[in-house]
Design a protein around this ligand. Structure first.
Ligand code: ZN
Length: 150
């Protein structure tokens, strides 16, 4: 795919997921949750996780933020739902590599590769990673925890 095509796709996907965020709801029976804040942009999200053993049975989020933070969270919930913790950890690591410009496992990211487009706007990378860090913190803790990009 040419870089112009990738840029178009990036904008389309961000717009679509921002307008209609997937899994945008509070989860009553979540067994893990975390609050994430990106003070630089004003993004504030809550990520809800329902783990069944080592499987992510349900994943959702709420809050408010810019288009990139909302779209990234939406894509994340869509991708990680139904995955095992091990698979989720692998995808999380690949997202991190993609956004820091390292080599990554393209097959593992699939559709998430469009989020790599955010690298053209370095100030917004934290918007894209917020939900991912928040999800990671939620998995690691059995109580509500707050994470900040600062
Ligand atoms: Zn933002």
């Amino acid at each position: 795919m040419s870089s112009a095509d990738l840029r178009d796709l990036y904008q389309q996907v961000i717009m679509d997921h921002n307008k209609k965020p997937r899994n945008f709801r509070e989860m009553e029976d979540a067994n893990h949750l975390a609050h994430g804040n990106n003070p630089l942009c004003g993004d504030a999200l809550v990520v809800f996780v329902k783990l069944d053993g080592d499987v992510i049975e349900d994943l959702s989020f709420q809050g408010s933020g810019c288009a990139i933070s909302v779209a990234s969270a939406s894509l994340m919930t869509e991708t990680l739902k139904g995955k095992t913790l091990e698979q989720a950890e692998h995808i999380y690591q690949q997202m991190h590599k993609q956004l820091t410009g390292e080599e990554f496992d393209h097959a593992a990211l699939g559709k998430l590769e469009v989020l790599g487009g955010v690298k053209e706007f370095p100030a917004r990378v934290k918007c894209a990673t917020l939900s991912w860090h928040t999800m990671h913190a939620a998995m690691d803790n059995d109580h509500d925890i707050s994470v900040s990009t600062e």
